[in-house]
Design a protein around this ligand. Structure first.
Ligand SMILES: *Cc1c(COP(=O)(O)O)cnc(C)c1O
Length: 392
């Protein structure tokens, strides 16, 4: 009888696979521990640059690949990955803000960004103000010596107003304040944050880059290497990293990003246009549509590429109660009820706008649609049958 295999032989196995393996997808390298060839290499480790590997948290070949591809997508030079889009928002603020500083966020900002300002940042003695993104003079008037960060977002992800981003970014530049743009809607495709004048592009990869509705990840992209290092040092001290399986999922989805984005866009515009002809709908809010707030700003920034996310909101006629509109959403079959967007499945959500926005101008209930990749005719038929329910 042979003796049982030794654990040591299974751990320290001498086999080396042949070199030169190539495949369409980037390899998946997983590690917490990274092994150094000798003590001198361990001593000389440099986790500021990407010249080598130091610890799983600081990157593996797989996450380095994703960082470089997202930097390319965004037109930036450096990228940091974090476990969610919201973590990217938090990482920027935590790197750049200290007690006594102030951050300015647009009044239509992604809700959890505002909640972070009201929660942790307020507790740490960091103040915030909301500015009107549709009025650059309002932003200018709120910037003071305390202001260390301004968030930009285009469009508002529920109310869909599209601000004059270059004008807002210019104000920040003139006043010497760093501005970070939440670029999730554009996905780096409809326009570039850096062309619009932002210093930092933050992107919830959870949405279009993942495209599956099954990954949470965020990216922080910069063009200024010193600014990147400032955020990176904080990122490392805070211990943020991403799971390599999630990085692999995003790497697999990236090649189809442009094709998917355009398909979401075209389907969304077709359905939004059709909803605009329906008597139940008082207004369609889609930045590519004439008459939607800030349409001229969308046209100036995205008109040439003629791209928009597959996202729009409608305001129902005031004669329908909130309860009736809720019933409309509940009676949809293909559209699922849920937050987020960018995945294959169409989603619908209602928002209590008067509660979340001061001076909200509309009477009726707002419903936001995220258009997935189903057949447009099927989605339209679903909307039609649900609108039919509304009459009862
Ligand atoms: C979804 C989203 C985020 C946050 O992304 P998560 O990965 O869900 O945390 C931030 N900004 C915008 C505009 C988003 O739509």
């Amino acid at each position: 009888m042979s003796s049982p295999p030794k654990s040591t032989d299974l751990i320290h196995h001498p086999y080396q696979p042949p070199a030169g393996f190539e495949a369409p997808q980037v390899g998946v390298f997983k590690a917490s521990t990274v092994i150094f060839p000798n003590v001198a290499a361990l001593r000389a480790r440099d986790w500021r640059s990407k010249s080598g590997y130091t610890y799983g948290l600081h990157g593996t070949p797989t996450t380095f690949h994703l960082e470089e591809r997202i930097a390319t997508l965004e037109g930036g030079t450096d990228c940091l990955l974090v476990p969610s889009g919201l973590a990217a928002v938090a990482a920027v603020g935590m790197a750049l803000l200290r007690t006594g500083d102030e951050v300015l966020v647009p009044s239509n900002v992604y809700g959890p960004n505002k909640a972070l300002c009201e929660g942790e940042f307020a507790g740490w003695g960091i103040t915030h103000q909301l500015y009107d993104p549709m009025n650059p003079a309002d932003l200018a008037s709120r910037i003071s010596a305390k202001t260390k960060l301004v968030w930009l977002e285009a469009p508002g992800s529920v109310s869909m107003e599209f601000p004059d981003l270059p004008a807002l970014a210019r104000i920040c530049r003139d006043k010497g304040v760093i501005c970070a743009h939440d670029n999730t809607w554009s996905a780096g495709l409809a326009f570039s944050s850096f062309d619009a004048g932002a210093d930092i592009s933050m992107h919830a990869l959870t949405k279009y880059p993942s495209g599956g509705g099954d990954v949470l990840m965020g990216a922080i992209v910069t063009r200024d290497h010193d600014l990147h290092i400032r955020i990176k040092l904080s990122h490392m001290r805070l211990g943020w990293g991403v799971g390599v399986n999630d990085a692999e999922a995003v790497l697999r989805s990236l090649p189809s990003l442009q094709v998917r984005y355009r398909a979401h866009d075209r389907a969304a515009r077709e359905l939004a246009r059709w909803l605009g002809t329906r008597g139940e709908i008082a207004q369609v809010l889609h930045p590519a549509f004439d008459g939607s707030p800030g349409h001229e700003n969308w046209k100036a920034l995205c008109g040439e590429r003629d791209l928009a996310a597959g996202l729009f909101s409608v305001v129902f006629d005031g004669r329908y109660s909130q309860k009736q509109v809720d019933a409309f959403c509940d009676s949809l079959k293909l559209f699922k009820i849920g937050h987020s967007w960018g995945g294959p499945m169409s989603l619908v959500a209602t928002y209590d706008m008067p509660a979340i926005r001061k001076n909200w101008p509309h009477q009726g209930t707002l419903v936001r649609f995220s258009i997935g990749l189903e057949d447009v005719a099927d989605l339209r038929a679903d909307l039609e049958q649900a609108l039919g329910q509304l009459a009862h």
